[in-house]
Design a protein around this ligand. Structure first.
Ligand code: SAM
Length: 342
């Protein structure tokens, strides 16, 4: 995949901080992976790193670079954005083709750009021949380059915006230490914490073998029994999902928690158990992993599928036992390994 680096030339921290921040934010949001800035600016670095920490992605920022040496040593296609260059519509297809197997550097100035940049670039590209802001020039270049697809990027940060017609809706994907704080705040005791961590450890092992989303699995596993701070019954999964919903936790975690009991509960079963008539069946692979891991951890002790099934059958829960066995087989196949041996 083509990696896009922005080279910001002539950044003056006392004068350009805000505009260079916006260049960097635009670069990050529109599909670039890195920005190099030619003057040391630790404040700017910290701002961008905080944005990535909250909103996700692995955007890299480095200030205090020597722009000449970065430009010379860059082994890829170099595009200098300037109002004096060739119109973007004329060259964008060629640039896209040339970067099929090569990286791309985009050079943007802050003040007057020296002639070496014009000479040292593969393309001098204009977004109109009128003077405009480097932020808009960069956004339009990247949007033309990606044909709009960059706007669909899923960043998956700690904070995720839910688009709404009015107002603001932000969902949180907490970090592990935050999960423990949330559990404790809801009144989780040591036993519940130990169980949740043991389920997390097994679930993450399965997720890494399968290539599932380890973040969702570890957070979901840590929070799966949060409803037990309210009720010990079969309704604890629903109670947990309500607690998380009230705390604006990411929808994927809410659903995972709601669907973790046994190997799932169908809508019909939910009705007869006195639960709301909603879907309690694990659907995504992450939901299935946590549901099974929870079954294979009793307290904080690992048990085998046979020990687990014995317990279910003794209670006459044969259909549930069969469903769990199927889940165990399904995930063992995905892991390419018998889960009892993990
Ligand atoms: N006066 C400076 C010069 O002559 O190089 C330009 C300063 S301008 C505010 C900052 C940067 O915005 C430029 O270096 C260029 O990268 C970008 N820029 C401004 N207008 C542009 C345009 N019409 N097309 C492409 N890039 C533009």
């Amino acid at each position: 995949m083509t990696r896009i680096t922005i080279l910001r030339i002539n950044h003056r921290p006392f004068r350009d901080k805000r505009i260079t921040t916006h260049v960097a934010l635009t670069a990050r949001a529109f599909g670039a992976s890195k920005i190099l800035i030619d003057s040391e600016d630790s404040e700017l670095e910290a701002t961008l790193n905080k944005v990535s920490e909250n909103f996700g992605g692995d955007f890299n920022i480095k200030s205090g670079v020597k722009w000449k040496s970065e430009l010379t040593k860059f082994d890829g296609v170099k595009v200098h954005l300037t109002m004096y260059g060739l119109p973007v519509a004329k060259v964008i297809d060629e640039i896209r083709k040339e970067t099929e197997n090569r990286d791309l550097m985009i050079i943007v100035g802050a003040s007057k750009v020296p002639p070496e940049v014009y000479d040292g670039s593969s393309y001098n590209v204009s977004i109109t021949n009128q003077p405009i802001s480097e932020v808009s020039a960069l956004a339009i270049l990247l949007d033309r380059y990606f044909g709009g697809s960059e706007l669909e990027t899923a960043f998956q940060g700690r904070l995720n915006i839910h688009p709404t017609a009015k107002g603001k809706e932000v969902r949180i994907l907490p970090k592990e230490d935050e999960c423990i704080r949330i559990l404790k705040k809801q009144g989780a005791d040591e036993k519940l914490l130990k169980h949740s961590k043991a389920v997390r450890d097994l679930a993450v092992k399965m997720a890494s073998l399968i290539g599932a989303d380890q973040k969702i699995v570890s957070i979901g596993a840590l929070l799966h029994d949060i409803g037990k701070t309210r009720t010990d019954g079969i309704d604890h999964a629903f109670a947990g999902s309500q607690i998380l919903e009230d705390n604006n936790i990411d929808e994927r975690i809410v659903k995972l928690v709601q669907r973790h009991t046994g190997a799932g509960i169908s809508m019909g079963e939910a009705k007869s158990l006195g639960l709301p008539e909603i879907n309690f069946m694990p659907e995504s692979v992450e939901e299935k992993i946590v549901a099974l891991a929870n079954n294979l951890i009793s307290g904080d002790t690992r048990i085998t599928i046979e020990q687990l099934l014995d317990g279910y059958r003794k209670k006459g829960l044969n259909d549930q036992a069969e469903r769990i066995l199927q889940l165990h087989r399904y995930l063992s196949e995905l892991c390419n390994k018998d889960i009892d041996k993990i």
